[in-house]
Design a protein around this ligand. Structure first.
Ligand SMILES: [Zn+2]
Length: 263
C-alpha cells in the first residue's frame, strides 16, 4: 500500500510539473476533479449568500458572451483542461468585477454591466476570468499554499475538509465576501490578460475594446481603488501590455464572424 501511495505521489508530481498554456513552467498538483468540486461548492454558497439577478435579458446577454468565449477558448487552447459544462450567474453588486471558478462557474457583477460600454468590453473581463480557469491558476496557488502537505494529502488523504476554507477561497481568487477578489500573481494576471485577448478575438469580439475597458476601469476607480483593480496589476502596465498585443489579436478577429450579443 505504501509503495502504491509512493508511486501515486511520484506520478502526480511528474504530471503536476508542466507548462501553462503560454509555456510558463509551473507546479499544479491538485487533481482537477478535486479543484472543480471546490469551485462548485464555493459557487453554490455564493449564490445562496448573495443576491442574484434573475432578469432574462441580462442573463441572456452574459450567457451569450460566455458561450462564445468558451467555444473560442476550446479552439484556441485545445490542450487546456476544459470543464465539462459552464454556468454563469449575475450577482447584484455594484463593484465592476467578475470571477470564474474551477468547474466552469462564472460570476459577473451587475456593476460590470454598468461600466462596460459594449459586448466586447464585457467579453474582455469574462475572457480574462475564463483564462484563469483554463490556465489552472487556482491549482498552482493551492499547490503553493499547501506546500509539502500537498504530497501527503495527495497520497490518499486528500479531502476537501482537510483544507481550510480560506485557503480554498484564496486559491480560487475569491474572498469570503462577494466583491473581494484576492490577488493573483503578476505572472498569472499577465497570462490571463493575454490568453483572454486571444480568446475574445477568436470569439469575434473587438480586441481594441480591451484597452478601452481597462481605461474605463481606471477612471471608475477614482480616489478609492476598486477591489478588482487593487488586486490586479497597475492599469498603465496592463494597458501598455494589451496595446502591444492588440494588432496580433486583430488579425485573428478579422478571420472570424463578429460576435452578436448586444448590450
Ligand atoms: Zn485576474
Amino acid at each position: 500500500m505504501r509503495t502504491l501511495a509512493f508511486t501515486v505521489l511520484i506520478v502526480t508530481f511528474l504530471t503536476g510539473c508542466q507548462e501553462s498554456p503560454t509555456g510558463r513552467n509551473r507546479l499544479a498538483l491538485v487533481p482537477d476533479a478535486v479543484l472543480a468540486d471546490m469551485g462548485q461548492d464555493s459557487f453554490e454558497k455564493m449564490k445562496q449568500q448573495n443576491p442574484v439577478i434573475k432578469r432574462p435579458d441580462v442573463n441572456r446577454l452574459v450567457q451569450c458572451i460566455t458561450e462564445a468565449l468558451v467555444s473560442a477558448a476550446q479552439a484556441e487552447y485545445p490542450e487546456a483542461p476544459m470543464p465539462q459544462s459552464w454556468e454563469v450567474a449575475v450577482f447584484d453588486n455594484s463593484t465592476p468585477n467578475a470571477f470564474a471558478l474551477p468547474g466552469g462557474k462564472i460570476g459577473v457583477h451587475s456593476g460590470l454591466l454598468q461600466l462596460a460600454e459594449n459586448q466586447s468590453q464585457m467579453a474582455t473581463v469574462i475572457g480574462h476570468e475564463i483564462a484563469h480557469v483554463l490556465a489552472d491558476h487556482g491549482n498552482e496557488r493551492l499547490t503553493q499554499q499547501l506546500g509539502l502537505q500537498a504530497g501527503m494529502l495527495l497520497v490518499g488523504l486528500f479531502t476537501e475538509s482537510e483544507i481550510a476554507e480560506d485557503q480554498i477561497q484564496q486559491a480560487l481568487g475569491i474572498g469570503a465576501q462577494l466583491g473581494i477578489t484576492l490577488p493573483f500573481s503578476r505572472a498569472h494576471e499577465e497570462e490571463a490578460d493575454l490568453m483572454g485577448l486571444d480568446i475574445m478575438a477568436r470569439a469575434g469580439f473587438e480586441p481594441e475594446q480591451s484597452v478601452r475597458l481597462w481605461q474605463n476601469m481606471a477612471k471608475a476607480s477614482g480616489a478609492q481603488p476598486l477591489e478588482f483593480l487593487s488586486t490586479h496589476p497597475n492599469h498603465d502596465t496592463r494597458i501598455a501590455s494589451l496595446k502591444s498585443q492588440v494588432a496580433a489579436a486583430r488579425s485573428v478577429f478579422e478571420t472570424v464572424p463578429p460576435a452578436s450579443c448586444q448590450i
